[in-house]
Design a protein around this ligand. Structure first.
Ligand SMILES: Nc1ncnc2c1ncn2[C@@H]1O[C@H](COP(=O)(O)OP(=O)(O)OP(=O)(O)O)[C@@H](O)[C@H]1O
Ligand SMILES: [Mg+2]
Length: 330
């Protein structure tokens, strides 16, 4: 069914004739093989007390008492795919440093199959937040761009991995890990694989030929400009999809849910969250769930309905930013 205007879906209609949350057997998710490629990062939190101002400068002194680390970027996407019970592979570059080791350790705990290229000259991307009494005082970022040779080694590894994965997912955080994304997409499509892309930046020509691209509102606006109505949005997205040969574009719209644009028309999924605590990382859950669903052989519309359900669950969670199989099909 095609709709040109966001309207709430009847509960049991996902456009493919199947109910939105129709049970997908666990074994089908387990048989789904998703290769995530992209920029990994570590989200680190330091918690402590502030009891004085520094004698060196007019700044608070934090006495750090606790550290928490979470996987970020492409690593969080892969962790989400693994949490759903799929086989999740992750191809990325890390440095030979402590944050890189920590990412390896957390990926192991999450059941992700990591294929890491090591770049000794790279500072593994880490975002360090210093917090006191629930208040963020400072964020410190470390990052640089992986070396040319390391990225070429990654491209060769991609070729070797492709035959054993059903779906490819590009998680772009503009840190340089996806320098060869155009080549990877054409190789994957030539091999008959679906390719999903979470884009970054204003040059989407590099994602040419992707199966599905999943921007949020700000990311899409950066590329097609500001739309004035749903019809205007449809016209802009159609032009973009034609030019860059995207089979589908899934626009995630935060509290407005998500809209899927394909040759079959437009389908809107209203947001289903009952409680909203923490929306960061919801986009990662969306693309991971969609990739797992496509890898399990489900039609796109059914995958989008499941991704929307998963997003509705994950925004209601504090801390853990994943949804597992049982939560999705409760
Ligand atoms: N405030 C909200 N209320 C209800 N649902 C939400 C809200 N924010 C996000 N969602 C759900 O999560 C999905 C993805 O969110 P959003 O569009 O913000 O992605 P995003 O900006 O890529 O997120 P991020 O980059 O932080 O991971 C939405 O399509 C919706 O289903
Ligand atoms: Mg996002």
């Amino acid at each position: 069914m095609s709709r040109s205007r966001p309207t709430p879906n009847p509960q049991s209609d996902n456009g493919s004739g199947a109910p939105d949350t129709i049970l997908v057997p666990r074994e089908r998710f387990a048989a789904s093989r998703v290769l995530v490629v992209g920029d990994v990062m570590l989200d680190r939190y330091w918690f402590g007390d502030v009891n004085r101002i520094s004698p060196e400068a007019p700044v608070p002194v934090v006495h750090v008492q606790r550290q928490e680390d979470r996987l970020g970027g492409a690593a969080n996407v892969a962790r989400n795919a693994a949490a759903l019970g799929a086989h999740a592979g992750l191809l990325c570059v890390v440095g030979s440093d402590e944050p890189g080791e920590r990412i390896v350790e957390l990926l192991g705990d999450s059941g992700v199959h990591a294929y890491l290229e090591r770049d000794p000259a790279l500072a593994t991307t880490i975002k360090l937040r210093v917090l006191s009494r629930q208040q963020q005082l400072l964020r410190v970022d470390f990052e640089n761009t992986p070396a040319h040779e390391v990225l070429l080694a990654g491209l060769a590894r991609f070729d070797a991995l492709l035959p054993s994965y059903g779906v490819v997912l590009m998680s772009d955080y503009a840190k340089g890990g996806l320098t060869h994304v155009t080549q990877m997409i054409s190789k994957a499509r030539a091999a008959g694989r679906a390719v999903l892309v979470d884009p970054k930046g204003d040059d989407w020509a590099r994602y040419r030929g992707a199966t599905v691209i999943t921007p949020n509102r700000a990311e899409l606006r950066e590329v097609v400009g500001t739309w004035k109505s749903d019809d205007d949005l449809l016209a802009r997205v159609t032009k973009l999809r034609d030019e860059l040969r995207f089979d589908a574009l899934l626009l995630t719209r935060s509290e407005e849910g998500m809209t899927l644009f394909t040759d079959d028309g437009v389908r809107h999924e209203p947001a289903v969250a009952r409680e909203v605590y923490d929306v960061s990382g919801a986009g990662d859950t969306v693309i991971a769930t969609l990739a797992v669903a496509l890898g399990a052989g489900l039609p796109l519309a059914h995958g989008v309905a499941l991704a929307n359900c998963a997003a509705g669950i994950v925004v209601g969670k504090l801390g853990t930013a994943t949804v597992d199989y049982d939560e999705l099909f409760h």
